[in-house]
Design a protein around this ligand. Structure first.
Ligand code: SF4
Length: 68
């Protein structure tokens, strides 16, 4: 599983870090998000579910998940 936040789309709504606080980090400067790690093969299943939920909830559809 890989997670990437598109900086062109992210508007800093913070929903992702509320839903999956261990997986997304918010910028102190503009509040935009980035993935803590873009490659997360060892994430426990419940955290993977949180990341998927965050991606579904992002109003800007800025979170890109690829499996494999
Ligand atoms: S929910 Fe989407 S727009 Fe909001 S901070 Fe996270 S990635 Fe950015």
């Amino acid at each position: 599983m890989k997670v990437w936040v598109d900086p062109e789309r992210c508007q800093g709504h913070t929903l992702c870090s509320i839903i999956a606080p261990d997986s997304f980090r918010l910028s102190d400067i503009d509040g935009t998000s980035s993935a803590v790690s873009e490659v997360v093969p060892a994430l426990p299943a419940d955290q993977q579910d949180q990341v998927r939920e965050a991606a579904r909830s992002c109003p800007e559809q800025a979170i890109v998940i690829t499996d494999g």
